[in-house]
Design a protein around this ligand. Structure first.
Ligand SMILES: [Zn+2]
Length: 331
């Protein structure tokens, strides 16, 4: 069923109305935040086509965002951390021990945009329900769950020097900047029938709900066909993706935004960079991004951040806007 953005925006923003205060860049840290009460949703798993239930459960301070495979013999927990990424092919896969979880990025995008730092995400299968291929269903779930701030804070990861990644025409760079998360993204298609798309925006809870959350995943038919033949995306359909074939766009309900594709790419960046487990102050410039590039940028930021501070997440990070304003790299 099509989801009405204005309804979701109103309801979710009503739930977490105070979050926009986090755009104050004099902040050094944000409050820890969890969901108020359990909430669950059931839907189709993209890979297997089976039904899967996902539950958001409150978690204590310093717990982090953790996926829990309830169908796994040991009920395995998988932290949403870049160190646990084992796959980046058409989605981001995390693993801990023998348990893995696929396609986490749309859930993580919604959680991080709304400032959730601690939540137990229980799953009855190896992936969240794909929903409509966007983050909108997970915002609905957050609305059911409610959110609440907790004791303690998470320090802001302040980008102190450019971090860069380039591979086969994909370029990712994050620059120091005064805003909590600004993303400028350009995408191109391998068909002249579709023009490239560009969008730059500050990612806040409000802009995420209004500008990004409803943007659906998309794929080229040529990429899809072998996956379908191999039985790898049994839950895939025009209900959860927009398909491009020979320059034409196939979608159950028409495009939700004229530039829906670049919006979805930014949504994916927000989800993949949530694996750093901290809000980021800096400006991301992405040209033809994908999960592999997003995750590699996250890894490089994490490695660089070790030079910048004593510990990336020890709560003692000093705020260094003064250094940034001077254009200096603070060591
Ligand atoms: Zn995506």
């Amino acid at each position: 069923m099509p989801i009405q953005s204005s309804t979701i925006l109103g309801r979710v923003m009503g739930t977490v109305g105070g979050i926009e205060g986090r755009k104050d860049f004099s902040l050094e840290a944000i409050p820890q935040r969890t969901v108020k009460r359990p909430a669950e949703t059931t839907g189709i798993a993209l890979h297997t086509g089976n039904r899967v239930t996902m539950r958001f459960l409150p978690a204590p301070p310093d717990h982090g965002i953790v996926f829990v495979r309830c169908d796994h013999p040991e009920g395995a927990s998988i932290p949403a951390c870049v160190d646990h990424v084992v796959g980046v092919n058409r989605g981001t896969t995390l693993r801990n021990g023998t348990a893995s979880v696929h396609t986490v990025e749309h859930v993580l995008a919604a959680l991080s945009a709304f400032g959730i730092t601690n939540v137990r995400v229980e799953l009855t299968a190896s992936e969240p329900p794909i929903g409509d291929g966007s983050s909108a269903p997970y915002l609905e779930l957050l609305e059911q769950a409610g959110v609440e701030d907790q004791p303690g804070t998470v320090p802001i990861l302040v980008i102190e020097e450019p971090v860069y990644y380039e591979h086969r025409g994909t370029n990712m760079i994050i620059l120091p900047g005064p805003k909590l998360m600004q993303v400028s993204c350009t995408i191109a298609f391998p068909t002249p029938a579709l023009p490239g798309q560009y969008l730059s925006l500050d990612v806040t809870a409000h802009s995420f709900a209004r500008e990004l959350a409803r943007a659906r995943t998309f794929c080229l038919y040529e990429e899809l066909e072998p996956l379908m033949r191999a039985g790898l995306i049994q839950g895939g359909s025009l209900d959860n993706a927009v398909v491009i074939r020979d320059g034409a766009i196939f979608s159950r309900e028409g495009l939700r935004y004229p530039d829906e594709f670049v919006r979805h790419k930014i949504l994916d960046i927000v989800g993949d960079l949530a694996l750093l487990q901290q809000p980021i102050q800096g400006h991301i410039i992405a040209i033809k991004p994908g999960h592999a590039a997003n995750v590699e940028l996250a890894r490089r930021i994490k490695a660089a951040a070790k030079r910048w501070t004593r510990s990336p997440i020890d709560g003692t990070r000093r705020h260094n806007m003064a250094g940034l304003e001077r254009g200096a790299a603070v060591s």
